[in-house]
Design a protein around this ligand. Sequence first.
Ligand SMILES: O=C(O)C(=O)C[C@H](O)C(=O)CO
Length: 279
Amino acid sequence: MTWTTRYGAAPSAIDGMTADDLRNEFLIPELWARGKARFAYTHVDRMVIGGVVPETGGIAIGDGAEVGTPHFFDTREGGIANLGKGRGTAVVDGETFSVGPRDILYVGRGARDVHLTSDDTANPAMFYLNSVPAGVEHPHRLITRAESKPITMGEAAKSNMRTLRMYIHPEVAPSCLLLMGITDPAPGSIWNTMPPHLHERRMEAYFYFDMDGEDRVFHFMGRPDNTRHLVVASGEAVLSPAWSIHMGAGTGPYAFVWGMTGENQVYKDVDPIPVRALK
Ligand SMILES: O=C(O)C(=O)C[C@H](O)C(=O)CO
């Protein structure tokens, strides 16, 4: 298991940043590698972002050394999405969950041992994790794609038609403060989260996947009057501090996982930003 750290930055810090500076602070590249677990500890609301691709024998994520507790989930909750084409299995303290493609497993605070395997190592499960500090325990629970709550937004004429699926959300599966879901732009639509918004009370992490190798998403961040962009490939995550807008346009088909934590779980607690206000 490898770990990196991101410290986040104040809004004014991005003024003098080069493209590489921005990438070092806000992009978490190459999260997936066969047989490996790659984690990033962020100081942005202490979210941990991880990619796990189990091969023979699987991968355990129970150890808490990097988060300062005996077990990883002693004071945290998490969502583990399977974004691969193959099914995976998660065993959480002896309870077995079969995690299909586009299912998300909610792991409640207090779990001790989480063991992830791919059912077929030739076609492995591709797990993506968001974990945040939690003050209460909720039961572990598998949320299948069929159980997620879809919302369709945008319009084809504006190239921003898309379906958001809520998984870890008060209306679907309760958690302490984690929210998690998956958004798919409709065929031919390129924009996500357009028009954009801010939610000063929650941070967010995006994880782009299901993209062709040559395609990229131009992901925008920054204060509305001072935007920047990061060019993002499949299998890469972007950290969006609470002060930052977050929206992206792809050069081809893509999907992304959004994960949030902060003061509340009110999805509509956002401040919309008109496109004309962006600079
Ligand atoms: O395309 C979208 O719109 C989204 O997926 C929105 C994100 O979930 C988000 O930004 C939530 O605040």
